[in-house]
Design a protein around this ligand. Sequence first.
Ligand code: CTP
Length: 398
Amino acid sequence: MTGKHVLIGVTGSIAAYKTATLVRSLVKKGAEVKVVMTEKAKEFITPLTLATLAKNPVLVDFFDPTDGRWNSHVSLGEWSDLYLIAPASANTLAKMANGVADNLVCTTYLSAKCPVWVAPAMDLDMYRHEATQRNLDRLRHDGVHIIEPTDGELASGLIGKGRMEEPERIADAVEAYFAQPKPLAGKNVLITAGPTYEKIDPVRFIGNYSSGKMGFCLAEACANYGANVELVSGPTALTAQHPNIHVTPVESADEMLAAALHYFEASDICIMSAAVADFKPITVADSKIKRTGDNLHIELQPNPDIAATLATHKHKGQITVGFALETDHEENNALDKLKRKKLDFIVLNSLKVANTCFGYDTNQVTIYDAKGNKSDFELKSKAEVAQDIVNTLLPCLK
Ligand code: CTP
């Protein structure tokens, strides 16, 4: 881990005594470690202990009255390759989930451009409380990696889930994270994701149920492999946290095409996972269409085919990947799209498989390539499916 900067956040939980071992393990593995603490954390472990082990001063306040120095959360956030809050108390998790910025640990979270990990530690009732679970869900959604607490005897004497993971295991996980291969380092990846909305009038649109999850998982998988990712996304509730992912939010297919064309030339890989609306209203009403009691006829015209348009701009060495969501004649339709859109790979989702596609966290896919190869995969989480897709196309990359 030589050259890796790990920032440790310490909050008010009895498990803070384990942070001493965590800091020591990371330093022994070669990482450079800095520590930020909350005021309450100082009641559980002294800054002197952690500063001695980290070989760096420990920061608690925004302002250091002894030398008048301003402890900048922005530069701390920029310095870090990983921000690991261990232990993360229920209170700090709640603040992070809501963007509260009243101490250095929390402001640094809001400034961090690196991946953020939290190792929760608390009593079992606090851990299983709906409010805490809601906050953890929120943080997961915001891209924070949660190191699950373990089961066992807690400081209160009660037995249950809430113990912070053992520090040596956390240090091993950090080391494994940094040891991950980066086969896409220096590569540009363009991904389209989510639905498109086609305006009918100022308050209505034609859309579809796509959540964007598959595209966001693909972006994350590529970014973890070191790629610079341009994620062109239709309307979605998701956010991307990885610093290598740049999101261009769009609404309509026309906007998605314009953004995709902008980034396509520079891309080495282009993955089109968006569920593009096939049609758009020929005219968009300027004001809200009123109910008259009569039927309403909206004439639609075809949207541009983004994948097919990009294919006409394709240059040598570029890899393009499309998706086919089919209900009948799945294989034939997928292979037809592979050819028609001049793709190198097509990922087939069948709507006949339960718990797949729109809105679900799982997916089951078959990947076909233009050379006639076919790979079947089992039902997996969308993050694992994304990993399978990226691993499948890696050997073709020049
Ligand atoms: N696609 C696209 N632009 C469109 C429609 C689809 O780029 N206007 C892309 C999708 O992102 C996907 C692939 O083409 O990667 C196949 O999408 P799908 O909707 O299954 O194909 P269509 O060409 O729309 O065919 P159909 O809806 O008739 O099955």
